[in-house]
Design a protein around this ligand. Sequence first.
Ligand SMILES: NC(=O)c1ccc[n+]([C@@H]2O[C@H](COP(=O)([O-])OP(=O)(O)OC[C@H]3O[C@@H](n4cnc5c(N)ncnc54)[C@H](OP(=O)(O)O)[C@@H]3O)[C@@H](O)[C@H]2O)c1
Length: 256
Amino acid sequence: MRLSNQIVLITGGSSGIGLALAHKFSNQNNTVIITGRDLTKLEFIKVSFPQVHVFQSDVSKDADVRILAKTIQEDFGGIDILINNAGVMNLVDAGNELNDLSKQMQEIEINYNSPIRMLHYFLPQLKRSNNPVLMNVSSGLAYVPFAQAPVYSGTKSALHFWTLGIRSQLKRHNIKVVELLPPVVDTPLAQGADITETDNLKPMSPEKLADIFWKDFVNGKEEIAPGISKQLKLMSRLGPKFIFNQLNKRPIPRNN
Ligand SMILES: NC(=O)c1ccc[n+]([C@@H]2O[C@H](COP(=O)([O-])OP(=O)(O)OC[C@H]3O[C@@H](n4cnc5c(N)ncnc54)[C@H](OP(=O)(O)O)[C@@H]3O)[C@@H](O)[C@H]2O)c1
């Protein structure tokens, strides 16, 4: 696996984990392209991080992704590393019929359907690369669901299983499949979650997560589960009910 001089595409790179990964890859002499929906956010990033390439592109829109793939092929000659990072999390009370159905459907579209779409349109480019890598950013919640975000937890566990499945298929095309399962990380996404001090879920900084990721990535690890994510994996096997109850002392989100 090559760690420098690669063309790296990170979806949702204008904030949090995606942005920290963008800095990490860029610092190692890679060409980094990031996407997001909000052009203002992307342009703002470009001011302090001029070497990054930015594209406004919504992963949930088929036309956007097709145009992105065509533009990157023309401008950069294709990608070597695809990082499916873009994601959203909604706190939902499934027992409240007034909850927003369209937001939940969109959450599935962004978190689960879109990585499949991205791979579909970027597969020809990955196949042409000498060192292709696909990385999916799922979550420690793929191991144990967080009841306050039931759709989110479902999408991340689906993404985890899709990743396990395609890893064995893409091997024969020489595409390495990596999964990053972050713990709670201090980003706008996590700041929207209803976590209090008593939950013992102290967020990790995005920079620390990127450091841990890089060490494991360099060592060729395929499933990277930093911090509490590793414990969630273990406990989901040893005591699934116990760990579920520990994580979900307050299953109903406030303001729902
Ligand atoms: N933070 C955590 O505790 C945590 C834990 C485990 C896993 N994760 C996962 O890590 C990934 C990154 O999350 P984060 O915490 O860094 O969140 P974040 O700071 O809110 O960043 C999310 C990024 O995704 C982009 N995005 C959202 N919807 C998009 C769409 N439809 N098309 C393109 N870009 C889109 C956002 O930009 P725009 O809004 O401008 O589109 C933003 O750049 C997510 O997949 C998340 O599920 C996070």
